[in-house]
Design a protein around this ligand. Structure first.
Ligand code: GAL
Length: 685
């Protein structure tokens, strides 16, 4: 059996043979297999064991573990150990270290303290990866490779000297001359002109920590570029050795990184690390946030956008916490199952629990795995066993694609811009949260659509697209969107659309610049909503009150645009708040605010996208509906995130894949319970 071959859904775990006496390996492997765990990931932090001194290699420890795995019949994913350079390396070559914005080096003692751009580090990483590949790639039990560990996790900014040198190269290649760089960065403002490349640095310590925004935009692209190159260097080496059918992956997903490029250049499949228990961490717990762990469905949807069928390399299986940060309780009975099924419902065909046994030493002694320190039988092991049985029952769903008719359009330019532009971030964050919650509460499955990575045909699969605040807009993207609407699609924009170019310069054209024709809209004035209004100004849409949040664009129709809603308060009462433009066979909408959850629900309902399975299932708000489809079958996952029993209504008789029963009428779902129904894929959506 191979992994992620779209033929079965399976479970695994993360194992650290180096943390335990080899005498327990055999027993651990046997116990894993007995609960249905067929794959382990190893070695991703084991560099100092494999290269105890520069150029001296010793593969004996993991070799013996692989012997044990082969004997037991366990599959193995091997991780490259580049997230944790050995002490000899960072002492001898301090240039490999990353630094904070003030130039202080991050030192040995934690992990991920290296930078991607040090030629020395790249060379040493290349050597250990090649040696490992030579040692392990041919082993029968090895089925895949993980590059590094959580690229850009812990810190996603780099300020070492190697980074500055590489940043200059990156910019030279992009702009050719400092004059062009000056233009792109608008350095005429505040006397920031550069006269030579030597004056250019990665952003440095400044007053209010404010750095030229156009520079920061390029810096974010540079970090992403550096990370992608670092992964590709490893992937190119691994490719020479991996057996046919074995895969290369990495686990994520983190900031300042174009994950699509990473996957396209270096990976066969993408894996996500899912820790929904963060929602219950003492420091982060928010009583008012009714989504809590359900929010992880958003991250899973992002993962699916990178890799339609993916894996979970680390799935929560115990309490989490380091000795220095984060304190979260042990998952309650049923939560491990719920979170595993949440992953599978969103497209994961492999789920690996972090970790088998809890570490008895080191920073992560409170980051629990399935077993506690002693390794004794416990409730979570029993739950893992039941999950193993469940994945067998739903095995036929492997390879099925998530099914959604609503798409949330996004792109890395705008994501990076929202990370640096605090005005934009407020708007973006508000609407992303609101639309996610509205989709969840109306049981409307959605996908994220990365516009630069999708063909017109792929976009056309969605009946409704929301591209809520594409601050940065290009002619090419606008043309793709025009085509989508012309062919019959419905497309919704929110305020602040299309007022910047890719350098982050504000455009001099009338707004919304490249979207004027498509939206039939003229933005005549705009403002952040005054605190007097508590962040919300109401508008009237044919008698329905809709809230506009954070920011308002005042809208007039242009061309054939029709005003559908007008502001009903503030000094701009009566001005346009929503314009619809019929374009080709479809419709484009320009909404003058950021969205609240209620507003997003109004849009979903008025555009006919809400509750696509309303005639099949009636669900309480606390349950999520997620759908995967394959061939002529659809699989409806119902996930109960509450700690109370819920009732769900089935309008007709449906096959419950987990119980093997036909069910109809009112059914009970246990606290944290799940149900999976199979139905004919007759284009119900
Ligand atoms: C992940 C990481 C693991 C482990 C876990 C718990 O971010 O990949 O190695 O550290 O968190 O902290």
């Amino acid at each position: 059996m191979k992994l992620l071959d779209e033929k079965q859904i399976s479970i695994g775990t993360c194992y650290y043979p180096e943390h335990w006496n080899p005498s327990v390996w055999e027993q651990d492997l046997a116990r894993m297999l007995a609960v249905g765990i067929k794959t382990v990931r190893i070695a991703e932090f084991g560099w100092c064991l494999m290269e105890p001194a520069e150029g001296e290699f010793d593969f004996s420890l993991f070799d013996s573990f692989l012997d044990a795995a082969e004997k037991a019949g366990m599959q193995v994913i091997v991780g490259t150990p580049t997230a944790t350079p050995p002490a000899w390396l960072t002492e001898k070559y301090p240039e490999v270290l990353n630094a904070d914005v003030q130039g202080n080096l991050y030192r040995h003692g934690a992990r991920r303290h290296y930078n991607y751009n040090s030629p020395k580090y790249q060379k040493l990483c290349g050597i250990i990866v090649e040696k490992m590949a030579q040692a392990y790639a041919g082993r029968n039990c090895v089925v895949g490779w993980q590059i590094d560990n959580e690229l850009n996790c812990e810190v996603d900014e780099f300020y070492s000297e190697s980074d500055t040198l590489a940043f200059r190269r990156f910019l030279k290649e992009k702009y050719g001359s400092v004059e062009k760089l000056n233009q792109a960065w608008g350095t005429v403002v505040w006397s920031q002109n550069y006269s030579s490349w030597d004056e250019v640095f990665v952003p440095r310590f400044t007053i209010h920590n404010t750095v030229n925004p156009h520079e920061v935009m390029d810096y974010k692209r540079f970090i992403s570029d550096s990370c992608c190159r670092f992964a590709k260097m490893q992937s190119d080496i691994l490719r020479k050795y991996v057996k046919d059918g074995d895969f290369i992956t990495t686990n994520g997903m983190f900031g300042n990184l174009d994950n699509h490029r990473l996957r396209e250049e270096s990976l066969d499949v993408y894996m996500y690390d899912s820790y929904p228990n963060f929602a219950y961490c003492l420091e982060q717990y928010d009583e008012k946030d009714h989504m809590k762990d359900r929010r992880w469905s958003r991250n899973l949807a992002q993962t699916r956008a990178v890799s339609p069928v993916f894996g979970i390399m680390e799935q929560q299986s115990g309490a989490n916490g380091w000795n220095t940060r984060m304190m979260a309780p042990t998952p309650e009975p049923g939560q491990m199952t719920l979170w595993t099924m949440q992953s599978i419902a969103h497209g994961a065909d492999y789920v690996s629990f972090f970790r088998w046994r809890t570490a008895t030493v080191g920073t992560e002694i409170y980051w629990h795995g399935i077993l506690d320190y002693s390794g004794r039988e416990n409730r979570r092991l029993a739950e893992a066993r039941a999950i193993g049985e469940m994945t067998e029952k739903i095995g036929r769903i492997a390879g099925a694609r998530y099914k959604a008719k609503v798409g949330i359009v996004t792109d890395y330019d705008n994501q990076f811009d929202a990370g640096l532009d605090k005005w934009h971030e407020l708007v973006e964050r508000q609407s992303q949260k609101a639309l996610f919650e509205a989709c969840q509460c109306t049981h409307t499955p959605f996908d994220y659509c990365y516009i630069d990575h999708m063909s017109p045909e792929e976009l056309a699969k969605y009946e409704v697209l929301f591209y809520m605040h594409p601050v940065i807009m290009t002619r090419e993207r606008a043309e793709l969107l025009e085509e989508y609407v012309k062919q019959g699609g419905k497309l919704v924009f929110g305020c602040r659309s299309a007022y910047k170019d890719r350098n982050g310069h504000c455009v001099e054209e009338k707004l919304p610049c490249f979207l004027q024709t498509l939206t039939g809209t003229d933005v005549t004035e705009y403002s952040m909503i005054s605190p007097k209004y508590n962040g919300i100004v109401k508008a009237d849409w044919d008698g329905t009150v809709v809230e506009t949040a954070v920011f308002n664009d005042l809208l007039s129709p242009a061309g054939k645009g029709e005003v559908l809603a007008r502001y009903s308060e503030n000094y701009y009462q009566g001005e346009g708040a929503l314009i619809r433009n019929r374009y080709g066979s479809g419709e484009a909408y320009y909404f003058g605010g950021a969205f609240t959850r209620d507003t997003a629900e109004v849009f979903l309902k008025k555009l006919g996208a809400a509750e696509p399975y309303g005639n099949v299932l009636t669900l309480p708000q606390c349950c999520e509906l997620a759908v995967r489809a394959k061939g002529d079958k659809e699989y409806l996952f119902v996930l109960n995130y509450s700690d109370e029993q819920q009732e769900i209504g089935l309008q007709s008789a449906l096959d419950n894949v987990l119980t093997g029963q036909k069910e109809q009428g009112m059914m009970k779902l246990e606290p944290y319970g799940i149900a999976v129904y199979e139905l004919k894929n007759k284009g119900l959506l």
